[in-house]
Design a binder for this molecule. Structure first.
Ligand code: VGL
Ligand code: ZN
Length: 201
């Protein structure tokens, strides 16, 4: 068993981010079995789900003439416009069917406010609206977090950087993550994580 002060964060291992899904990440399915093997070693286990209402403002379909994967400006800053994905209650929003979620202590859902996207498991993209995860981890005495899941350059990246800023010791297990990699976003994400003090294992 790992120390009781360490939590695993399993980020967004959902059907829409796996091959065949609406926002498929190449190889997303490959990480499921090794994550299943790893989770039971941790005393504290958090799973997250991207969880958007239909018509979410991060969907290209809501912006006249906008192509998926193009950029827009939101009230809180630049935002990638995505294909419709992870719609509340849909098959695509469900966890990968082989992911063993029985061991989850808590499931954090994020991105459920129409006007704000949320990559991070800690704060939405306005960087102020909290999900409650920081309080959960602190009240459970957590000092270190280990991150795995999808996607390396978006939700894993933003979660890892926020966790480091909040004062947690952060490790990203790169071999148990897969990236979207839009226009160099993976290398930018790695630089940003390293600058924030995130470690890679
Ligand atoms: C994600 C894009 C849009 C992710 C979520 O889980 O990395 N990426 N929504
Ligand atoms: Zn999303």
């Amino acid at each position: 068993m790992r120390p009781v002060t360490e939590a695993i964060l399993v980020i967004d291992v959902q059907n829409d981010f796996c091959p065949g899904g609406a926002l498929a990440v190449a190889g997303g399915n490959e990480i499921v079995a090794p994550i299943n093997a790893m989770v039971p070693q941790f005393a504290v286990r958090v799973f997250t789900q991207d969880w958007h209402p239909a018509g979410h403002s991060s969907f290209a379909s809501q912006h006249e003439g906008a192509a998926p994967y193009s950029m827009t400006e939101m009230a809180y800053g630049p935002q990638v416009l995505w294909p419709d994905h992870c719609i509340i209650g849909s098959e695509g929003a469900g966890f990968h069917s082989q992911l063993d979620t029985r061991g989850a202590d808590v499931i954090i859902r994020k991105g459920f406010r129409r006007e704000i996207d949320s990559y991070s498991a800690f704060f939405e993209n306005d960087q102020t609206t909290p999900t409650g995860l920081a309080g959960y981890l602190r009240t459970r005495g957590i000092e270190s977090v280990i991150l795995v899941g999808l996607a390396t350059d978006y939700c894993v990246n933003f979660s890892a950087v926020d966790a480091a800023r909040l004062g947690f010791q952060v490790t990203v297990v790169e071999s148990l993550c897969r990236a979207i990699d839009l226009d160099g976003s993976l290398s930018a994400a790695k630089d940003g994580m390293a600058a924030a003090g995130v470690r890679f294992a």
